[in-house]
Design a protein. Structure first.
Length: 520
């Protein structure tokens, strides 16, 4: 096969190839490009294109995180593909090199479904096309969702400074209603007249004679504005204000209660009195907790909540609250909805065999992540040691009178600060190295026998399972329509579910190609 080099490019042109394609390579940073270069990726992709007899017409690269929407090379590639419908092939090393955000994956899927694009993830052995096997889509979507989760884990590390601030009693976020952030002191302080209005709300509600709706009207009339509206406050915001311990001097951060150093607006005694009123009001509504779906479903016709209630002392029904007026949503028997919610739960259930396949694919992906983080940590340790040598050397120079005391202190402080930053980067890499795998395994294990867990669970446990799986679920008549959280949506809502449902009980064995797809 004759070959020639494209001008100003390393692209290999296969003159007798019938299909056209592009290559895409990406590294997360310029430091990574030195050890895990795009050149190495592109060489691998060119070889794969040659084996497939695809003529490569253009190559695209990025030195950006895949979690960032709008990467220059990626955007240029999408525009190029849309302008050239004759190009049907895209080669990339693996899923997380191509995308770690949902928006970009949706665009790529549209190109596959509508334009006939074929994506080959060379290192994972996955081929995505209109006719691709459901297992290929599963690997693509699960790996993409896990990679996105991995980015989220990294971002959590950046919040360590906020946690340290909280432990020192300083509220580490945007001031709640009634307070303002002081940019000079980096603390929150009372803001009038909102602070006085909040004090009044606490005193009124503690009497037990005012509903949240009445307090909302009072607060709005006196000029209290919420986060979304500049002219009014909602009932839910009033409730959050009355339940927020920050107003008596403590605050909750990341699930922990901290003693604040800010000025409180009310006393702890008044706060406790308000919580007692809430407890009395809630007793009248305890029966709703007999229904696991209450608070999970919303009416598709008007958007109001679906709640449960007992008729004639023994018959359970779900109904719309009709808070916005009659919408035509009928009463539905509890047994009918509970059976359909069980079906929704079982749509994400995976058997032991498929769990094993997915774990093998996850471990393969983790091996590459581990290699990257270990390389970065090695480079950081070398950098730390070089700085330590500088610190030791300048100290000897100070003793010999080569540098002044002032210069020694200045440079030492500068280098120590740099070493502290290196230590923080090392900690982030160490955490990320393990969290990527742990998060994936937790997600996959949850799908095992989840239907049986739901059937055996009490009301509270069923509600917990539904909240983990679903971000939203509407009810139209007797038909619930779920919206699954990531990555469960990839299992429940794709062609995978239809295929597995039809084959359940037949104990299918994977073909050689399916096994290679999940393990290569």
């Amino acid at each position: 096969m004759s070959k020639q080099r494209a001008k100003n490019s390393d692209t290999i042109i296969l003159e007798n190839a019938s299909d056209l394609g592009v290559l895409y390579g990406r590294v997360s940073s310029r430091e990574q490009d030195q050890g895990f270069s795009t050149d190495a990726q592109l060489r691998l992709l060119r070889e794969s294109a040659g084996r497939e007899k695809v003529k490569v017409v253009k190559e695209f690269t990025d030195v950006e995180t895949a979690g960032k929407i709008g990467r220059p090379g990626f955007g240029e590639m999408l525009a190029f593909l849309k302008s050239r419908p004759d190009i049907k092939h895209l080669f990339c090393e693996k899923t997380d090199r191509l995308s770690r955000n949902l928006k970009d994956r949706a665009v790529l899927r549209d190109l596959i479904k509508e334009e006939g694009l074929i994506i080959r993830l060379v290192k994972e052995g996955v081929e995505l096309s209109k006719d691709a096997h459901s297992h290929a889509w599963l690997v693509f979507n699960i790996m993409g969702a896990l990679a996105e989760s991995y980015l989220d884990n990294l971002s959590e590390e950046v919040k360590k400074g906020q946690l340290e601030k909280a432990t020192q009693g300083e509220y580490p976020s945007i001031a709640p209603i009634g307070y303002k952030n002081n940019k000079e002191t980096h603390r929150i302080e009372p803001q009038e007249p909102q602070a006085s209005i909040i004090q009044k709300l606490y005193k009124l509600y503690a009497t037990g004679n005012f509903s949240l709706e009445k307090l909302r009207k009072i607060a709005t009339d006196e000029g209290l504005a919420g986060r979304r509206s500049k002219t009014s406050v909602s009932t839910s915001e009033v409730e959050r204000i009355l339940k927020n311990p920050i107003y008596y001097g403590e605050f909750i951060w990341k699930g922990e209660l901290y003693r604040g150093t800010h000025t409180p607006l009310i006393t702890k005694t008044l706060f406790d009195a308000v919580q007692e009123v809430f407890a009395r009001f809630n007793k009248a509504r305890e029966r709703r907790h007999w229904f696991p779906i209450s608070g999970i479903l919303t009416c598709s016709r008007c958007g109001c909540a679906i709640v449960g209630e007992i008729h004639k002392g023994k018959y359970g029904y779900y109904r719309c609250t009709h808070f916005k007026g009659k919408c035509g949503q009928p009463y539905v028997r509890v047994e009918t909805i509970d059976a359909k919610m069980l079906e929704i739960v079982r749509r994400v259930e995976l058997d032991e065999e498929r769990l094993t396949w997915l774990k093998e694919a996850l471990l393969e992906s983790h091996a590459d992540e581990k290699a990257y983080h270990e390389g970065q940590m090695s480079a950081l340790r070398d950098r730390y040691d070089r700085i330590q040598n500088r610190i030791d050397g300048i100290y000897l120079d100070k003793l010999d009178g080569v540098v002044s005391e002032a210069a020694w202190k200045s440079k030492t402080a500068e280098w120590r600060a740099e070493q502290n930053q290196i230590q923080e980067q090392l900690a982030r890499h160490q955490q990320a190295n393990q969290s990527y795998l742990e998060a994936g395994v937790r997600i996959l294990e949850l799908t095992k026998d989840i239907g049986a867990q739901y059937v055996k669970g009490n009301v509270s446990e069923k509600r917990q399972i539904l909240r983990i799986l679903l971000s939203n679920c509407t009810l139209d008549g007797a038909t619930p329509s779920p919206t699954y959280r990531k990555p469960f949506c990839w299992i429940a809502e794709g062609p995978l579910f239809d295929e597995w449902r039809g084959r359940r009980g037949s104990n299918p064995q994977p073909t050689a190609r399916q096994a290679a797809t999940l393990t290569n």
